[in-house]
Design a protein around this ligand. Structure first.
Ligand code: UD1
Length: 367
């Protein structure tokens, strides 16, 4: 059973690691790993392979950055001959990035069944590129693995038959559970001169936040107030850094003496900082899940979330981008008035085992 597996961007690496590991229990599965090259900086890519023990990619497409059309099209053109050469029994994709949808389209047109891990999540906002990627990928997938029950419900509403849907848990949490054991010996906090519970962690990279100067300004208004109360660490995504350098925000950010800009961190360094922070402010998808597992308060600076379980029972507050709402949410953290969070069902470190067992079963039985 030959399975092609796709990674492209940073969150994909975190999700594929436990799946590559789980394949090892099945000697009759031959996994082939393809890196599209969507993310290529050492800090955005290579460091994750090393830390998470992901095998070197068998194929590297070296695509790099571009507009959505240029990037998606370049991946498709480069990936088609790989499918033709390997003639896989299935294609496995994770998440919702451009690499996910590009490779799914190529495979399905060559009659290779597509397996989507992290299926069914919906923000119901088609202005988000990821939402379009999710809808298209799910529509052409044969096996759809969900992290939370909202994913199962969304797929049913879209008419996906029950036999294609699997509720198996969260592979991103598999990686967290495994890597958490390594945090003991790290000196990340000392190196940055912060103490557990004495700082907040900030990430912002969504185009809707950092490409729109008005929205970015509203967020900065809130950060300006918060950093006067609590030091904030801000590892910066290249998109945000490029925008800051090109726009007029650089000077404003520099003036916030308690807001510290950092380069993108490696997986363990970031996990360490996240685990010990008083609050995380973010517009990421995965960080909403990781903070929920860690029970660290999270303020999500977005109008919607495709991961509602993190707000329903987890430690996440979805607040939008209005200054006042962000500050209100921060007050709840500051005053300790948040309800006790819970970890969602099946976020137990064993999702990849369940996924690979289901794939093995499906590929072993005659169609
Ligand atoms: C992509 C995903 C997003 C995910 C994010 C995680 C899509 C549509 N978006 O967004 O869902 O949350 O990854 O990081 O697939 N750049 C570098 N070095 C790199 C990679 C990017 O400098 O290694 C810069 C380039 O200027 C590039 C920009 O960042 O144009 C954006 O990169 P891109 O992969 O297009 O999208 P992300 O914003 O990273």
């Amino acid at each position: 059973m030959k399975i092609l597996n796709i990674v492209g961007a940073r969150p994909n690496f975190v999700k594929i690691a436990p799946i590559m590991e789980a394949y090892k229990a099945y000697p009759d599965i031959e996994p082939i790993l393809v890196h599209t090259g969507q993310h290529y900086d050492k800090k955005m890519s290579d460091s994750f392979f090393e830390t998470l023990g992901i095998p070197d990619p068998d194929v590297h497409l070296g695509i790099g950055s571009g507009s959505h059309a240029a990037q998606t099209a370049a991946i498709m053109v480069a990936f088609e001959p790989i499918v033709l050469e390997h003639k896989p029994d299935a294609l496995l994709v994770v998440g919702d990035v451009n690499s996910t949808v590009a490779c799914s389209l190529v495979a399905t047109k060559l009659h290779v069944p597509v397996i989507h891990v992290e299926a069914g999540l919906r923000s119901h906002d088609r202005g988000m590129p990821e939402e379009v990627n999710r809808i298209v990928t799910d529509a052409i997938s044969s096996m759809l693995f969900c992290t939370e029950e909202s994913g199962v419900d969304n797929l049913r509403k879209e008419g996906v038959p029950d036999e294609k849907i699997f509720f198996t848990g969260n592979v991103m949490i598999d990686t967290l559970v495994k890597q958490q054991k390594k945090l003991g010996g790290l000196t990340t906090l000392e190196d940055l001169g912060v103490q557990a519970g004495g700082y907040g962690l900030l990430t912002l990279h969504r185009p809707s936040n950092v490409d729109d100067p008005e929205v970015f300004a509203r967020i900065l208004d809130a950060l300006e107030v918060i950093q006067q109360d609590l030091p904030l660490l801000f590892p910066m995504h290249p998109r945000t850094r490029n925008n800051m350098q090109a726009g007029r925000f650089g000077e404003r950010i520099q003036k916030m003496t308690n807001l510290r800009l950092l380069d993108p961190l490696d997986y363990l360094g970031f996990l360490h900082l996240m685990s010990a922070s008083k609050v995380v402010l973010t517009d990421s998808g995965g960080i909403q899940e990781e903070t929920t597992y860690l029970k660290v308060p999270c303020i999500t600076i977005r109008e919607n979330t495709e991961r509602p379980i993190t707000c329903e029972i987890g430690s996440n507050q979805l607040v939008g981008t209005q200054t006042e709402r962000i500050l209100e949410a921060y007050q709840h953290v500051h005053q300790g008035t948040l309800r006790a969070p819970q970890v969602p069902p099946l976020w137990d470190g064993r999702a990849a085992e369940r996924i690979v067992a289901a794939i093995h079963g499906a590929l072993s039985s005659p169609a």
